[in-house]
Design a protein. Structure first.
Length: 262
């Protein structure tokens, strides 16, 4: 399954403008044969927009979701995007996966909030493993800081995730996560990991880019630089199956020894 990573911060503070950016990128991705487009964390609104997060937050089935569904249908590819989700008085740092026919396949709320900014604006999610089926693959959803907890990714591996989608807002000086941690997570859990970042300065943050699609061999199939970019790579189920046979980490586990982890 050809997967496109939209490394972009969009237009912080404007959902309408970000939908235009998404529409244009979806057209380019579809023309290149992609079946899935993944955006960065909080792509639809921007990340460092302060109280604008609460103002622009929408329900999972709100107008923005309808607009994304229209884009998927028009271009014929699935889209996973980051946005602030409102449920009553609570706001979550969320992502949603919408299929090529406009069906909402899955929604995920970030479980591990990073830093004072996120804790001041969001409620943490409580479901660590959210999955959907897409083009014969089991696709898992996760956001940014979540992937830095090995237990989180291992839970996905044990649940059968083939491709883990991770919209992120990875900032300086933590670029080693994109460069080293993400490929290691893919290898030790025998899955593909699509890690899609923001770029440039936004508020007090400097986002480092370096979006990547890492394979189960720990090798990046695609790697973006430090500017806005659309990169594409293929997720190969046959290679994944062969890699899992050659590297049977999950079979060789001894859970009885790991009780102290909890």
């Amino acid at each position: 399954m050809r997967t496109a990573l939209l490394q972009s911060s969009g237009r912080p503070g404007s959902t309408a403008e970000n939908l235009k950016v998404l529409d244009e990128a979806a057209g380019r991705a579809a023309a290149a044969g992609a079946a899935l487009l993944v955006t960065s964390e909080l792509f639809l609104t921007g990340y460092a927009i302060g109280d604008g997060i609460g103002v622009l937050a929408e329900p999972a089935d709100g107008d923005a979701a309808d607009a994304v569904a229209e884009i998927t249908g028009r271009h014929g590819l699935a889209i996973a995007y980051g946005y602030p989700e409102r449920e009553g008085e609570r706001v979550f740092n969320s992502m949603q996966l919408i299929s090529a026919d406009g069906t909402r396949l899955a929604g995920y709320r970030k479980t591990h909030l990073f830093g004072c900014f996120e804790r001041a604006h969001f409620t943490p999610g409580e479901r660590p493993v959210v999955q959907a089926r897409l083009d014969g693959l089991t696709v898992g959803l996760m956001i940014c800081y979540d992937v830095e907890f090995p237990e989180n990714v291992r839970a996905h591996a044990l649940a059968g995730t083939d491709l883990l989608l991770v919209p992120t807002a990875q900032m300086h000086p933590f670029q080693f996560v994109a460069e080293s941690v993400v490929p290691v997570r893919a290898f030790e859990n025998q899955m593909y990991v699509a890690y899609v970042n923001r770029v440039g300065h936004e508020g007090e943050f400097e986002f480092v880019g370096l979006s990547t699609l890492a394979g189960p061999d720990g090798i990046a199939r695609a790697r973006a630089g430090h500017a806005e970019e659309l990169v594409l790579a293929d997720v190969d189920p046959a290679f994944l199956a062969a890699s899992r046979e050659a590297n049977p980490y999950l079979e060789d586990r001894r859970p009885g020894l790991y009780g102290t982890l909890a």
